[in-house]
Design a protein around this ligand. Structure first.
Ligand code: BGC
Length: 557
C-alpha cells in the first residue's frame, strides 16, 4: 500500500537548525485539520494540495510551523485517527508526492512541518490486525469473563462511550480505548516499538520537523489490567491516573523517541521535535512528559480548560510555568483544537473574550498552538443536523454531555473530547470547513461543497472579508504575531506579575506589560505605558487607562 514518490530526493530543510536554544521553545504552530482546511479537487474534503496552496496565507499570518492532522490511509472511522497504513497517504487527501510537495513548499517559505503519529491504536483494517496470529501478539487480547467468556475482561470504558472491549468472532476480546475500529496496540511487544521508530524515520526522511504524538499518555496499561470499580470513567481522564492513562511506563517510550529525534536531528544539523497530546491530572505530572530526555512540548490543557476569571487563570498560569520550569521546558499554550469547543463559544459565546484570551496566550512565555479558523474568530457550529455528524462518540452515545454554562469552568475533559460552554460535547462543530472568500457556502473552501455544512452567515468571517480590516480578528492575529516576532521580550523568557485591580491580570515581560480585564465592564488604572496592541479599543486620558471589559492590551513600557 506504500506509495512511491516520483522524486525521492530529500526535501530541503527549514532554516535555523542545530541544537541551539530550540526553535520550538517559543514557536507559534498552526494546526491544519486537513479535511477542513482547503479542498483542491471539489470532493468537499480538504486535502494536501489544498493545504499546500494556502501555505502563503499561513506565512503571511506569521506562524512558525504547521501541524497537519492525520492524512494517512484510513477507513476514517475517527477522522483519520484510525490508521491502516502509516506510510501511505489516503486517496481522500492526495498522494505521498503531495505530502512531499507540501513539505518542500513549507520549507521554501520558512515554515516547519509537524505531522501526527498515532501510536496507541491502529485501524482494525491495519494488516497486523487483519492477520489473527499477528494480531494476538501485537494488540491486547484477553479471554472474556463469565461462564462462556461472554463478558468483557474488565470494566474499562471507551473514551467514546460503552465498554472498551469488543468480542471477535473467535470468541476472545480486544481492547479499544477509543472506537472498536481502533484496537489498542500491545506496547509490551518490542516489534511495536521497532515499527513506530521505523515509521518516524520514514516521515523524518521525507523532511518533517517533528511529530504530534496522539494519546501520548496511553500506550502502557497497568499490569493485570485491573478494574476501575465504577463507571463514567471518561470524566476521570485528566483528573487522575488511570490503569490505562498516564501510567509511568509511557515515559520510557518517550525517552526512546527523544533519542531517535535527537540522533536524527544531530546527524543533519536540525532540531526535530515531539509534542505530547497527554492528559495528566496535574501540571507536575504533565511536566514529566517534557523532562530534558523526553518530549519537547506537551499541550497545556489545563490552560485550555481554565475559566475566564482572573484568579483561576493566574493560578493555572503559575502552576504551569512552575511545573515546566522545574524540568527546564517551556510551556505550550493552546486554546482550541479539533477535539474541543472553539474558544469563542467556550468562553461564553464571546468574541471579545476569545480575542483577549488569544492576546493573553501570545504574551505568555513559551510556545503556542493555534487551531485553524480561530484567527477568523469562528464560533463552534452548534446546529449541525444529526445526519451529517461524523464524530464516532456521537454514534456510541458515550459523551457525558453535562454542559457547563457559558463561561463556566469546564473541569477536566475526557481525552480528546472536551465538553464545554453549553455545547453537546461532540466534535463536528469545531471541524466545519474554513470560509476563505465569498458570500455563500462553501466560501472558497474548494470547487465543490463542504463535507460539513457551513453556516449561512459566515460571509463576514471569511479570510477575504477580514483581510485589511484593522478591526478584524484576522488582522489582530497578524499584528500580534508580527509583534511577537519583532519584540525581543515576547516568546521564551522571564515574566512577573504586576499589581492590578480585582478581576484584572497584569504582568510584565522584558519591555512590555500585558493587562487582561476579565470583567464584563471597563476598569480604570494608571496607564502603565503606551498601548501597542489591544483586543478592544483602549483609551488613555490624563495618564488613566480605561481597559474595556473582556479585553487584553499589550503596553510598551
Ligand atoms: C485525537 C482525537 C482522536 C483520539 C483517538 C485524540 O487525542 O486528538 O481526535 O479521536 O485521539 O485517536
Amino acid at each position: 500500500m506504500t506509495q512511491e514518490l516520483t522524486s525521492p530526493s530529500p526535501a530541503p530543510q527549514a532554516p535555523g537548525t542545530g541544537r541551539g536554544p530550540g526553535w520550538w521553545r517559543d514557536a507559534v504552530i498552526y494546526q491544519v485539520y486537513v479535511r477542513s482546511f482547503a479542498d483542491s479537487d471539489g470532493d468537499g474534503i480538504g486535502d494536501l494540495r489544498g493545504a499546500r496552496e494556502r501555505l502563503p496565507y499561513l506565512k503571511d499570518l506569521g506562524v512558525d510551523a504547521v501541524w497537519l492532522t492525520p492524512f494517512y490511509a484510513s477507513p476514517q472511522a475517527d477522522g483519520g485517527y484510525d490508521v491502516a497504513d502509516y506510510r501511505a497517504v489516503d486517496p481522500l487527501f492526495g498522494t505521498l508526492q503531495d505530502a512531499d510537495d507540501l513539505i518542500r513548499t513549507a520549507h521554501d517559505l520558512g515554515l516547519r512541518v509537524i505531522v501526527d503519529i498515532v501510536p496507541n491504536h491502529t485501524s482494525d483494517r491495519h494488516p497486523w490486525f487483519q492477520d489473527p496470529a499477528l494480531a494476538r501478539q501485537r494488540y491486547i487480547f484477553r479471554p472474556g469473563k463469565g461462564e462462556s467468556g461472554e463478558l468483557p475482561p474488565n470494566d474499562w470504558e471507551s473514551v467514546f462511550g460503552g465498554p472498551a472491549w469488543a468480542r471477535t468472532d473467535r470468541g476472545d476480546w480486544y481492547l479499544h480505548l477509543f472506537a472498536p475500529e481502533q484496537p489498542d496496540l500491545n506496547w509490551d511487544n518490542p516489534e511495536v516499538h521497532t515499527e513506530f521508530e521505523a515509521i518516524m524515520r520514514f516521515w523524518l526522511d521525507l523532511g518533517v520537523d517533528g511529530f504530534r504524538i496522539d494519546v501520548a499518555h496511553g500506550m502502557i496499561k497497568a499490569p493485570g489490567l485491573p478494574d476501575i470499580g465504577h463507571g463514567a470513567q471518561a470524566q476521570l481522564i485528566g483528573a487522575q491516573v488511570l490503569p490505562f492513562f498516564d501510567q509511568d511506563g509511557v515515559h520510557a517510550i518517550h525517552r526512546a523517541w527523544r533519542r531517535l529525534l535527537d540522533g536524527y536531528g544531530d546527524a543533519r544539523g536540525k532540531q526535530v521535535i515531539g509534542v505530547a497530546e497527554a492528559w495528566a491530572p496535574t501540571a507536575e505530572r504533565l511536566a514529566l512528559y517534557v523532562r530534558p530526555d523526553e518530549l519537547h512540548q506537551a499541550f497545556n490543557f489545563q490552560f485550555l480548560n481554565a475559566p475566564w476569571q482572573a484568579d483561576g487563570l493566574r493560578s493555572v498560569i503559575d502552576a504551569s510555568l512552575a511545573a515546566t520550569a522545574s524540568v527546564g521546558a517551556p510551556t505550550t499554550w493552546v486554546l482550541s483544537n479539533h477535539d474541543v469547543v472553539r474558544h469563542t463559544t467556550r468562553l461564553g459565546g464571546s468574541l471579545a473574550r476569545a480575542r483577549a484570551a488569544t492576546l493573553l496566550m501570545l504574551a505568555l512565555p513559551g510556545s503556542a498552538y493555534l487551531y485553524q479558523g480561530e484567527e477568523l474568530g469562528l464560533p463552534e457550529v452548534t446546529d449541525l443536523p444529526d445526519e451529517v455528524r461524523q464524530d464516532p462518540a456521537f454514534f456510541r452515545g458515550g459523551r457525558e454531555t453535562g454542559p457547563a454554562g457559558p463561561g463556566t469552568d469546564t473541569e477536566s475533559a475526557p481525552d480528546g473530547v472536551a465538553t464545554a460552554g453549553g455545547q453537546d460535547g461532540f466534535r463536528d462543530g469545531c471541524r466545519v470547513p474554513l470560509p476563505w472568500s465569498g458570500e455563500l457556502p462553501p466560501y472558497g473552501f474548494g470547487p465543490g461543497g463542504s463535507w460539513l455544512p457551513q453556516p449561512a452567515d459566515w460571509g463576514g468571517l471569511t479570510v477575504a472579508a477580514q483581510t485589511g480590516d484593522p478591526a478584524s480578528t484576522l488582522e489582530l492575529y497578524r499584528t500580534a504575531l508580527e509583534l511577537r516576532r519583532r519584540l525581543p521580550g515576547l516568546g521564551d523568557g522571564p515574566m512577573s506579575w504586576a499589581p492590578a485591580p480585582d478581576g484584572v491580570l497584569a504582568f510584565t515581560r522584558p519591555g512590555l506589560l500585558c493587562t487582561v480585564n476579565t470583567l464584563g465592564h471597563d476598569v480604570g488604572l494608571p496607564a502603565p505605558g503606551t498601548p501597542l496592541l489591544s483586543s478592544a479599543p483602549v483609551t488613555v486620558d490624563d495618564a488613566t487607562a480605561r481597559l474595556p471589559g473582556d479585553s487584553c492590551t499589550w503596553w510598551a513600557i
